[in-house]
Design a protein around this ligand. Structure first.
Ligand code: ADP
Length: 490
């Protein structure tokens, strides 16, 4: 059952229910009011009839005489009769001429004035029975009854009319609410239908560039439209990134493969072993191995399956370790790597990954700085963060490239950087490592003057650094075993 039908039924039932309660209540009140009015008429008439009666005392006998006829009080629907204790009719209004017996025999023993409903000639009648009592010195003698009756046809007619009006109005109200519910829910839910239609078109046509029409409404539907459009936008971006990434990967793999195949073909045609060509093949295979390794790392990082240990890391030691490791490269490139101020500091993280991050930055700095250049690595504490900066006086990065420098496969000068062995994945891996440690990475650069890559990581508070005990630093503190924080030192 659709939301629309459910909502309409619910809405109609609730409103009709309210109306029904109101109708029943009105009916009960109206019936009580009519009956009270009717009873008051009967009581008044009885009082008037009694007032017109005459009392005679003859010795011990008391006689009550009613007017010859009671017609002055009768109406077409109002009857009355006086009855003695033996149940004989003493007097009655002339409209009871053809009536035999008493109006209601069942109440002729009552001591109190009583109302009763009877039926004569198939007509409902309300009877008021009033005991006639004579006060004689201190004794009371009941000498008979006065019965005043009223036809109930107009009373029932009035109730019938009221019931009819209420019933008809109830029916009209039910259908009106049903109609109103349908109209309102249709207009309320129409945008949902449109959203579904467009969403289906998007998925059928694989057209993630399409967006739901936003008519500017800021209610729940408007928010849903906005949220879906944002989701589509994100999906489109992810999809495009995925496509670009695949194209880049294929391209990056094809180039070394072509080189390897070409060189093998060449050697085969020459029919001899050429150490120079073999060196090229080896270089390309190394590059490919590195690329595949980086790709695997990023894929596992994306899939969340890359474990990140949380150990205490001595950053100064890690930097010294990186410094030692890049010695051969700096000699080969004739770029001098210097260590600036290194403030002893510890962070919590994965020692291998942090070292990898610093290696990428120092390696890049050496790679892109021309011979004779200089690279400076320093470590400082700023508030509760550890700031590692790697500064070079190389070519710098044009401001237009800076927003994309950490994107996968992004390279400023594709052909030149490739020749230097770069695949464009280093900085994206560095950024992932910084992010996964809750830190950040950014670059400040001036063209032809050099670049500074700045990594900010949450430092272990100074007070704790002085203690040589494992850090109770986060949920994973139990992972920290004294001494393990120096695991990165080779
Ligand atoms: P690559 O493997 O090409 O070095 P990276 O992701 O590490 O990939 O770097 C992306 C691009 O950023 C590089 O291709 C290079 O153009 C630029 N770059 C990175 N570091 C430096 C630097 N220190 N100086 C100048 N350009 C740099």
């Amino acid at each position: 059952m659709s939301i629309r039908v459910r909502f309409t039924i619910f809405y109609t039932l609730i409103l009709t229910g309210f109306f029904l309660c109101f109708g029943v209540f009105s009916y009960i009140i109206a019936r009580a009011t009519l009956l009270t009015g009717l009873d008051a008429t009967l009581e008044n008439t009885a009082e008037q009839v009694i007032a017109s009666a005459e009392v005679f005392n003859q010795g011990d006998i008391t006689l009550l005489r009613f007017p010859e006829d009671m017609d002055v009080f009768q109406t077409a629907t109002l009857f009355m009769m006086a009855i003695n204790e033996q149940g004989e009719v003493l007097a009655h209004s002339s409209n009871l001429e053809d009536f035999d017996g008493v109006l209601d025999a069942s109440t002729l023993t009552t001591a109190e004035p009583t109302f009763s409903d009877v039926s004569h000639f198939n007509q409902p009648i309300r009877v008021y029975t009033y005991p006639l009592v004579l006060q004689n010195s201190d004794t009371q003698i009941r000498i008979g009854y006065l019965q005043v009756a009223q036809l109930l046809d107009s009373y029932y007619e009035a109730l019938y009319q009221l019931g009819l009006v209420l019933g008809l109005t109830g029916g009209i109200v039910f259908f009106f609410f049903l109609f109103l519910g349908m109209i309102t829910t249709r207009s309320l839910l129409r945008p949902l239908g449109e959203i579904t239609a467009v969403a289906l078109q998007i998925s059928r046509a694989d057209d993630l560039g399409r967006r739901l029409p936003d008519d500017g409404r800021r209610d729940e539907i408007g928010h849903l439209t906005l949220a879906l459009n944002q989701t589509f936008e994100r999906l489109e971006k992810l999809f495009r990134n995925q496509q670009r990434f695949l194209a880049d990967v294929s391209h990056e793999l094809r180039t070394p493969l072509t080189t390897v195949r070409g060189n093998i073909d060449l050697m085969r045609r020459m029919g001899e072993y050429d150490p120079e060509l073999l060196d090229i093949i080896q270089d390309e295979l190394q590059r490919m191995t590195r690329l595949v390794g980086d790709l695997l790392l990023l894929a596992r990082a994306d899939g969340g399956s890359l474990p990140i240990s949380r150990l205490a890391i001595d950053l100064e030691t890690t930097i010294l370790d990186v410094y030692r490791q890049v010695q051969p490269l700096q000699t080969e490139k004739n770029v001098q790597v210097r260590l600036g101020q290194l403030t002893p500091m510890r962070i919590i993280g994965d020692p291998d990954r942090i070292k990898q991050l610093l290696l990428i930055l120092v390696d890049n700095a050496i790679k892109y700085t021309p011979a004779g250049g200089e690279v400076l690595v320093s470590l400082a504490r700023v508030g509760n963060t550890a700031v590692v900066s790697v500064t070079d006086n190389g070519p710098g990065i044009d401001v237009q490239h800076i927003p994309f420098i950490f994107d996968r496969f992004y390279r400023v000068d594709k052909s030149r950087t490739r020749a230097q062995g770069g695949s464009g994945l280093g900085l994206s891996i560095a950024k992932w490592i910084a992010d996964v440690h809750g830190g950040s990475i950014r670059v400040e650069s001036k063209l032809r003057e050099g670049s500074t890559f700045i990594v900010t990581l949450l430092a272990v508070p100074q007070a704790m650094t002085s203690e040589a005990s494992p850090y109770d630093y986060d949920d994973d503190a139990e992972d920290l075993v004294e001494g393990e924080n120096t695991a990165v030192v080779g």
